[in-house]
Write a protein that binds this ligand. Structure first.
Ligand code: SF4
Length: 364
């Protein structure tokens, strides 16, 4: 079985025309797609579900409707608009890349694959998607959905990346390259799903090796997930005169550019209080005293599982300095929601603010 049968392309396109989902970033059939919207959607959809992205995408376009509007926005506003979507490097890179499009390309997304690939955060997949969908170029895409459909069609448990890209390159050649790419991704998302694909509704069933062999559920083979390393972190919630100390994480770090509470990974056998006080000295150059625990929050990132032990701390001596961060700020509790905080940090902030109010907030 293969994708070489000349019937496959027209079947995919006919199926796509009849079954494509109406998504806010998709242009109507026959209408030219807006490259900025297509690019934004592709960046937001990486590692993120369509239903999660939909409201973010719509809010984003109200806030930053064009390349030039986004290029002019400060990074803080951009991260705030991204807050909750995760993988924040996507937002930082997109902001930088759009800044370059504004400066070097007059605000028009370049339709030349090489120029587009040169922008920060643009990989092979994003380039293929934007070039084919927004510019009608015969550029291939391979994402998780495409990989699954192709692995099943050729009945291969673990197809090599280069095989997948060469299959995609062959398939995309011809009329409507953007729609062909989207048809395979759509098929993987809605019919050729990971478990129990709906082969009865599939337009390429008669070309599918896994369907013929009855091996759909074993193609592609699932990789065993390795257990993630664990970080046990102390988080001092340092208060003074109704304000709490927030730090801006270095742009190159995980969650770079986002605001957060200071934090330090606990050493073996180190108590939460001792670690929190050490964070004050090492990261901020201040002496703090740990008091009551606030909460314990768990969060799983792509490469690490983190446990945050938040503990209320008071300032004993010194003025905080951004020794390990880009910035520090004393922020009134009621202003904290206006800062771009990652999900786990927002949870800590909400619980800490709640217990501050419950115990009687100090006068501002
Ligand atoms: S026939 Fe089934 S397994 Fe094969 S591509 Fe279609 S949905 Fe996927």
């Amino acid at each position: 079985m293969s994708l070489k049968d000349p019937e496959i392309r027209p079947r995919l396109l006919a199926w796509y025309d009849a079954h494509r989902r109406d998504l806010p970033w998709r242009s109507a059939p026959g209408e030219a797609a807006d490259p900025y919207r297509v690019w934004l959607s592709e960046v937001m959809l990486q590692q993120t579900r369509v239903e999660t992205v939909r409201p973010y995408f719509e809010r984003w376009l109200q806030r930053f409707p064009t390349v030039d509007a986004l290029a002019a926005a400060p990074l803080d506003d951009v991260l705030k608009a991204w807050e909750g979507l995760g993988y924040y490097s996507r937002a930082r890179n997109f902001h930088r890349a759009v800044g370059l499009v504004h400066q070097q390309h007059g605000g028009r997304v370049p339709g030349d694959p090489e120029a587009f690939r040169a922008l920060p955060g643009v990989g092979r997949y994003t380039a293929g998607a934007v070039m084919s969908i927004a510019f009608g170029r015969e550029e291939p895409v391979v994402d998780g959905n495409v990989r699954r459909v192709f692995a099943r069609v050729v009945d291969d448990a673990d197809p090599a990346d280069e095989l997948l890209w060469s299959m995609a390159s062959a398939l995309v050649r011809g009329p409507r390259p953007g729609d062909v790419n989207q048809s395979v991704m759509e098929l993987g998302a809605t019919v050729c799903v990971p478990r129990n694909p709906r082969c009865g509704d599939c337009p390429v069933r008669e070309f599918c090796g896994a369907f013929a062999a009855g091996t759909q559920n074993e193609r592609p083979a699932r990789k065993k997930a390795k257990p993630l390393p664990h970080e046990d972190t102390a988080v001092p919630v340092i208060e003074r005169d109704g304000r709490v100390l927030l730090v801006r994480r270095p742009v190159t770090a995980r969650l770079g550019g986002m605001w957060a509470f200071p934090a330090v990974i606990r050493a073996d056998g180190e108590s939460v209080s001792a670690a929190a006080e050490r964070a004050g000295r090492e990261a901020l150059g201040i002496e703090i005293r740990a008091g009551a625990p606030v909460c314990v929050v768990e969060h799983t990132f792509t490469h690490v599982r983190a446990t945050y032990h938040a503990v209320r701390c008071s300032l004993v001596e010194g003025d905080p300095r951004a020794l390990l961060y880009d910035e520090v700020a004393w922020v009134r509790w009621e202003r904290v929601p206006g800062y771009a905080l990652p999900v786990a940090q927002r949870r800590i902030a909400a619980l800490a603010a709640e217990s501050t109010l419950f115990n009687g907030a100090p006068a501002p």
